[in-house]
Design a protein around this ligand. Structure first.
Ligand code: UD1
Length: 418
């Protein structure tokens, strides 16, 4: 079993270039199914979820190769339209392949993605949207049998909640649908803009991403493309949280600072000096952290649910009390019990967590409950006196290509051991 050994209590100092975004690259890899040719995707992180996506693509009949951070996918000839159950379970966001496979092949088969460590993750809105576009979906005990019948048809879809995955799935399906699709109350996350850019680079007609209305004119002929994935704003938020927790001076580079404004404004309010340039953010923390006004997670441009855990880890060592309200996922406080093992004083009631700041955490043996919860434990361990061991690394490896290398570059005492 792999574990991270972290010796904390020392300030961080240094710069790290941020990897490509997990939440961008997954829908982008699914989108390559639409192009009956070659797509070259650059700045592709070497993470487990990418490996799983490439396995899905190969299973469908694509040639898919990764060299360094470049992935080449040749989707000229697809031979299957199903996603294997173990890959659906390995990566629940693989439901994103539904829209793309259906648009390209007119049929798709997959099992239901299970519940998850963040609470139930229903796919009702994905299915309702595909049905509204004319897709027929049979839900069986084994999973979903989907058929586009005489072809998907563009329509107006108003989302009950601005779901990221649903917005992406519709965008992909709509590229293969006859006529115009209009998504209202669409998710506005930067990753949606990245997906639109990739689709347009293939010749698709997609407009409006970044606003709450996206329009797609389907059935445009698509062509080969080379596309560079945006940097991962959540990985950047995690390393900035590490700088806030441990103190010192941390620079994250290769990122768009505007994507992180809600996170950096919280860290500034907590007493860190934050300076942003075109493609970097530098955070300096010299004095103690202070508590901040309530942090409520919300769809973009609100405070990201994915940054809740690492920012909470930082605020465990602060003066005063901070309230978190988790509005996106029902069970996203799996890291709280583990942070308590390190001495954190946190009470949770439903969606609300109250963090009573303490001067110091202490090292402990902790287990990652999920991806972001796991990285929060690493953040806390860097601030804690003494040594911590973090296990459950399969969660962290889903989203980070080299967390120990990155934090080591910032001066963190962290290494992986078997
Ligand atoms: C994506 C991100 C994830 C992030 C989340 C919210 C990827 C691969 N993952 O997940 O890291 O935490 O956005 O920013 O991009 N919902 C339904 N029915 C549905 C679909 C969603 O009720 O059919 C609910 C979810 O349970 C959740 C809310 O909508 O409460 C938002 O989820 P959604 O935006 O869809 O998140 P994901 O796309 O799964």
């Amino acid at each position: 079993m792999s574990k991270l050994l972290v010796t904390g209590g020392e300030p961080l100092e240094g710069e790290v270039k941020i990897q490509g975004a997990k939440n961008s690259v997954l829908p982008i890899l699914a989108a390559t199914v639409l192009n009956p040719g070659v797509s070259v995707i650059q700045n592709c992180p070497r993470i487990r979820d990418v490996t799983a996506s490439l396995e899905i693509l190969r299973h469908l009949g694509c040639r898919a190769e990764q060299t360094g951070d470049t992935v080449t996918i040749d989707a000229t000839q697809l031979v299957r339209h199903d996603v294997p159950d173990e890959l659906m379970r390995e990566m629940r966001s693989s439901v994103i392949f539904l829209g793309a496979i259906l648009a390209r092949l007119g049929e798709a088969v997959m099992c239901m993605p299970g519940g998850c460590e963040l609470g139930p993750r229903p796919i009702d809105l994905h299915l309702a949207s595909i049905r509204k576009m004319g897709g027929e979906i049979r839900e069986t005990s084994e999973g979903l049998n989907c058929s586009a019948g005489a072809g998907l048809k563009g329509c107006e879809l108003s989302l009950a909640i601005p779901s990221v995955g649903v917005t992406e799935n519709i965008m992909l399906a709509a590229c293969g649908a006859q006529g115009l699709t209009i998504i209202t109350n669409a998710a506005r996350e930067p990753e949606i803009v990245d997906l639109q850019r990739l689709l347009c680079s293939m010749g698709a007609d997609v407009q409006g991403a970044g606003s709450s209305v996206i329009t797609i004119t389907g059935c445009r002929p698509l062509h080969d493309t080379t596309y560079r994935v945006m940097a991962d704003r959540i990985v950047a938020a995690t390393y900035l949280s590490a700088g806030a927790a441990a103190g010192g001076r941390v620079t994250v580079s290769g990122i768009d600072y505007r994507h992180l404004s809600t996170v950096t404004s919280v860290l500034s309010e907590a007493g860190c000096a934050v300076r942003s340039g075109n493609d970097f953010i530098t955070l300096v923390r010299e004095g103690p952290l202070r508590s901040v006004r309530p942090i409520r997670t919300a769809p973009y441009p609100g405070f990201p649910t994915d940054a809740q855990a690492p920012v909470m880890a930082a605020l465990c060592v602060s003066q005063g009390a901070t309230m978190f309200v988790e509005n996106i996922f029902e069970r996203r406080y799996g890291h709280v019990d583990e942070l308590r093992r390190m001495g954190a004083d946190i009470s949770v009631e439903g969606r609300v967590a109250l963090i009573y700041g303490i001067p110091k955490l202490h090292g402990a043996a902790v287990v990652s409950p999920d991806l972001r919860g796991g990285t929060a434990l690493v953040v806390a361990a860097l601030a804690a006196e003494g040594e911590s061991t973090v296990t459950g690394l399969h969660h962290i490896d889903r989203g980070h290509q080299d967390i120990e290398g990155d934090l080591g570059a910032l001066g963190g005492q962290i290494r992986r051991a078997e």
